[in-house]
Design a protein. Structure first.
Length: 486
């Protein structure tokens, strides 16, 4: 019989519930519990209606969406086209700092009637429907927002679960939304989200049945947990590790220095030591080999070449013993292990990297303020489309670029050009050029692909691990159809 309480162990201390500002994978699960989007992805990666029942476009420039009737927000407000207009315009407002601002910017939102909305893009946009299915474009109640609520600690969406308790950075409790518009969902009665940043503590909580499910199974424990009776582990690809560089800080403002870092890093050593066989080196742009946009000519753009790194540093005038601070999240072993190897690699080429270990909230704060030299950062592929480069490197994206003022006009031009095309072959040429530019300016150092694993007790039913661009969204997608076997 469906129902029960799911106790879910999260990896990071979620300190904000703002549905438009991404603060990590754990945040994404909470966002999907409380909010809905206009479109959605299913567990088999199909794009399906959500708050929009149907849509059409004749030119990929103007989209007309017909909205679902009879839906109410958790606070009781009826869902209408005004809420769509408010939410999309809020996501485009620079004051919000919305993660997907870059992808929505320039959209004209017109309320045709209470349940019809028209979206007009400045140019044709083949990516818009995918973007509207992202949790970062969740729909808020415009009426509720008039009361100026603190959306960092309160939630009022139309999602499958209603927020009942929230202690920032500690826990959140959600209860079943009895009026959810998807008939028969959610199956769970209650979800208790517990934020357990320590790898060993999270695994032990699962082993002792203190929780029913954990995210981000430590890579050192994946194989061990797979052998343990009563526990299931599901893993998939779709995430990659990087060095995020503050391109405004000297000497990192010089692309030659950033490329030097890329040649200095020993990706093979990191993949083996930090990921225990559940990672593979990434020597080129982060496009999966099974993508139609994969460019094999760039797959080996970098290599482990300390001599080339030294030559680039010398050319850029970087002195021997240059000091840099490497910001590292201390809650995940893969971050600290990666940082230690990077530190040793950079020492070989004359750079002294001081590791600064911090909590996740400090990582997010430093990122949002642009207050760092460079940092270890794991990224889940965000979109099933190469327009994801706008999410990563678009000047108006708060994900990484806008807090440090990164703007590359070539990247901006190519993102817009690729977005406006609908022919796959034509888009391939544009994105190949864009990836060549990314390698040239090297705003990030791509390190390795990594598997991502969730583990749960065999009483948990209905979960399915997704890979690729949906790996991060998978738990949130599954949550409404999960239940506890009694």
């Amino acid at each position: 019989m469906a129902g029960g309480t799911l106790r879910y162990g999260m990896v990071t201390e979620v300190s904000s519930l703002d549905p438009h500002v991404y603060v990590g994978s754990s945040w994404k699960v909470l966002n999907a519990a409380f909010y809905d989007t206009l479109l959605a992805f299913t567990q088999d990666a199909r794009l399906v209606p959500a708050l929009a029942e149907s849509w059409d476009t004749s030119d990929a420039k103007t989209y007309v969406l017909r909205l679902r009737k009879g839906v109410r927000f958790h606070g009781g407000e009826p869902f209408t086209a005004q809420d769509v207009k408010y939410s999309l315009e809020r996501a485009m407002d620079p004051k919000t700092g919305a993660t997907l601002r870059e992808n929505l910017l320039g959209t004209k939102v017109t309320v045709v009637d209470d349940f019809t909305v028209r979206l007009e893009r400045p140019t044709p946009d083949a990516t818009l429907l995918n973007v509207l299915a992202m949790p970062e474009v969740a729909i808020l109640s415009s009426e509720w927002m008039k009361s100026n609520p603190n959306v960092k600690v309160k939630a009022n969406g139309t999602g499958p679960f209603i927020l009942k308790e929230y202690e920032p950075g500690v826990r959140a409790v959600a209860e079943k939304n009895p009026n959810y518009f998807r008939k028969g969902q959610p199956l769970l009665d209650r979800v208790e989200f517990r934020m357990i940043k320590n790898d060993d503590a999270r695994v032990n909580a699962l082993r002792t049945a203190a929780v029913d499910m954990i995210e981000f199974v430590p890579w050192k424990d994946i194989d061990t947990l797979k052998r343990q009776s009563g526990i299931k582990v599901e893993a998939s690809g779709g995430a990659f590790m990087n060095l995020w560089i503050n391109t405004k800080k000297k000497p990192l403002d010089d692309p030659r220095v950033r490329r030097a870092l890329a040649f200095a890093v020993d990706r093979e050593a990191i993949s083996k030591a930090a990921f225990f066989g559940h990672g593979s080196p990434l020597y080129g742009p982060p496009t999966s080999p099974d993508s139609p946009y994969f460019n094999k000519d760039l797959a080996s753009a970098f290599s482990h070449d300390p001599q080339k790194a030294k030559a680039l540093l010398k050319e850029a005038g970087v002195p021997e013993g240059q000091e840099l601070e490497l910001l590292v999240f201390q809650g995940l072993g893969i971050y600290t292990s990666t940082a230690q190897i990077v530190q040793a690699n950079l020492k070989q080429v004359g750079i002294n990297a001081r590791i600064k270990l911090v909590e996740w909230a400090n990582v997010v704060e430093s990122k949002n303020k642009g207050a760092y030299d460079f940092m270890v950062y794991g990224v889940n592929v965000k979109l099933p489309d190469p327009d994801v480069y706008a999410y990563y490197f678009g000047a108006d994206s708060s994900y990484w670029a806008s807090p440090i003022g990164f703007r590359d006009e070539t990247i901006e031009t190519l993102v817009k050009k690729g977005r406006a095309l609908t022919d796959t072959d034509a888009r391939k040429k544009v994105y190949a050029e864009l990836e060549r530019r990314v390698i040239e300016v090297s705003p990030w150092v791509f390190i390795n692909w990594r598997d991502q694993a969730q583990a749960y007790r065999d009483s948990v039913q209905g979960y399915k691990q997704l890979g690729g661009a949906l790996s991060e969204s998978g738990p949130g997608i599954a949550l409404p159809v999960m239940w506890i076997k009694r």
